[in-house]
Design a protein around this ligand. Structure first.
Ligand SMILES: NC(=O)c1ccc[n+]([C@@H]2O[C@H](COP(=O)([O-])OP(=O)(O)OC[C@H]3O[C@@H](n4cnc5c(N)ncnc54)[C@H](OP(=O)(O)O)[C@@H]3O)[C@@H](O)[C@H]2O)c1
Length: 301
């Protein structure tokens, strides 16, 4: 039996991870999140309500559990909030990772850490590989790059999984993502403004959770890109969502990013080269449209 500790279990990926590991026989699951447990299925694992920025509490808990693996998904993920509240962003996205890296070193724990395409400036013509040079243009991206650097220097066993624009069904209704936002807005007959000049490879949350599991199963260490294999503009993503759910595309208005005047800059184009993940993580590669059908079936059933 292996012990696993998942941080951020109330979040989009955290929820999928708890559900995925509950289907595996050989894992004792521990999960940390802020406030009450917002997952519907609350049995079969131990839940700890904790603010992970409380250094001593987090360290003591890890010492007590002695997990074999920590999957660290908790983060300040709102890109504009990070730009506006940089100190808070550093505390959550950087200092917590330092604490985890230290405790992983002391206890010989394999750390699986989630990172982002936003460590890149989005100016590269071809898809990003794991070896490309980062150049973040937002504070969020910078904070996640700092967290990667801490892990690279920590002398621990680690896997860094970088991902792009994650979507999926969540148990807590206050959390949205690109697909739910488009679907819910049009169903409520609200017009949405969607950018045509940002390009992403959207990632199905279940596939991202699976990649964390594969890192453990295949004992894969180092940095890995994980996303779908289809590069689309955010506008085209919205159109595909509307078409999949038979919704009226006239509610989707194309706009340019500059018209939004957002606090944080976004990289224009962030597609991933998935070769390393396919060969070493044994990741299955899917298009956005294929996974959207699975998502649709989840909602219907
Ligand atoms: N979503 C994306 O499009 C995307 C893209 C690239 C990379 N990533 C990375 O993937 C990871 C998972 O993303 P996600 O979409 O699952 O994020 P999410 O839905 O925002 O979940 C993050 C979770 O972290 C928790 N958290 C934040 N601060 C905390 C604190 N001080 N103490 C305890 N918990 C705290 C949040 O708690 P509350 O629920 O209480 O706020 C939230 O449940 C993150 O590391 C993110 O940087 C995500």
């Amino acid at each position: 039996m292996k012990k696993i500790l998942i941080t951020g279990s109330n979040g989009l990926l955290g929820q999928k991870l708890v559900k995925l590991f509950l289907t595996q026989k050989y894992f004792e699951i521990h999960a940390i999140a802020r406030g009450e447990n917002r997952l519907k299925n609350k049995s079969g694992y131990t839940y700890y309500s904790m603010d992970i920025t409380e250094h001593d509490k987090l360290t003591n808990l890890v010492h007590k559990i002695q997990p074999d693996y920590i999957i660290h998904t908790a983060a300040m993920t709102n890109v504009d909030a990070c730009e506006l509240h940089q100190k808070e962003c550093d505390i959550i996205n950087v200092e917590v990772v330092k604490t985890l890296a230290d405790v992983c070193k002391k206890n010989k724990i394999h750390l699986i850490h989630l990172s982002t395409d936003f460590i890149f400036d989005g100016e590269k013509e071809t898809f990003y590989t794991e070896d490309d040079k980062p150049n973040p243009i937002s504070y969020y991206g910078l904070s996640k790059l700092k967290s990667e650097k801490i892990i690279l220097k920590a002398d621990i066993k680690f896997t860094i999984i970088r991902t792009i624009l994650v979507y999926g069904m969540v148990d807590n209704k206050d959390r949205s993502n690109i697909v739910l936002w488009v679907k819910n807005s049009i169903e409520e007959k609200k017009q949405i403004n969607v950018v045509t000049d940002q390009f992403r490879m959207p990632t199905f949350a279940e596939d991202l959770a699976e990649s964390c599991f594969l890192a453990i199963k295949n004992d894969a260490t180092g940095i890995y890109n994980v996303s779908s294999n289809e590069l689309l503009s955010i506008y085209d993503i919205a159109i595909e969502v509307a078409n999949t759910f038979n919704l009226d595309i006239n509610y989707i208005k194309p706009i340019f990013t500059s018209s939004l005047n957002l606090p944080a800059k976004r990289p224009p184009k962030t597609g991933f080269n998935l070769n390393k993940s396919i060969s070493q993580l044994k990741l299955s590669s899917y298009s956005f449209s294929e996974r959207l059908q699975i998502f649709k079936n989840q909602i219907i059933n």
